[in-house]
Design a binder for this molecule. Structure first.
Ligand code: ATP
Ligand code: MG
Length: 137
């Protein structure tokens, strides 16, 4: 069954949005198969966002991801990669539709509270980066 990596970033954890975000994925009908809360090192954050290393905001983004606890999850279900991104909403919360997580709960792109894998390859890579196989049920 299809799986995706979803992480509540330090702003989402700090703002107390963990249960709200879990609820949205649960109510849709997706299944939670792994969780952990961790403060990633900056090196780990760079690995997670390696695709963006040429972007001007890369350093600040990695500093931010490693600035506090991240609530990391793996969700399972038919179409969960694409539909998970739909639940999350557009990268820039100013462009996210109301009804999406970022549309309802965030305002600026640098504090958009949640990450979701953008395709099957990144989902596989990100799940492997954040979790050991035995941590998934
Ligand atoms: P994520 O990978 O976090 O799920 P995304 O796939 O919607 O987000 P990406 O293009 O992968 O968007 O960007 C990764 C993250 O980098 C964004 O979630 C955002 O926090 C940050 N980011 C993207 N564009 C900008 C920008 N122009 N300025 C500052 N931060 C940005
Ligand atoms: Mg992305």
């Amino acid at each position: 069954m299809e799986r995706t990596f979803i992480a509540i970033k330090p702003d989402g954890v700090q703002r107390g949005l963990i249960s709200e975000i879990i609820s949205r994925f649960e109510q849709k009908g997706f299944k939670l198969v792994a969780i952990k809360i961790v403060v990633p090192s900056k090196d780990f954050a760079k690995k997670h966002y390696h695709d963006l290393k040429e972007r001007p905001f890369f350093n600040g983004l990695c500093d931010f991801l490693s600035s506090g606890p991240v609530f990391a999850m793996v969700w399972e279900g038919e179409g969960v990669i694409k539909y998970g991104r739909k639940l999350i909403g557009a990268t820039d919360p100013q462009k996210s539709e109301p009804g999406t997580i970022r549309g309802d709960l965030a305002v600026v792109v640098g504090r958009n509270i949640i990450h979701g894998s953008d395709g099957p390859e990144t989902a596989k890579d990100e799940i492997g980066l954040w979790f050991k196989p035995e941590e998934l049920v």
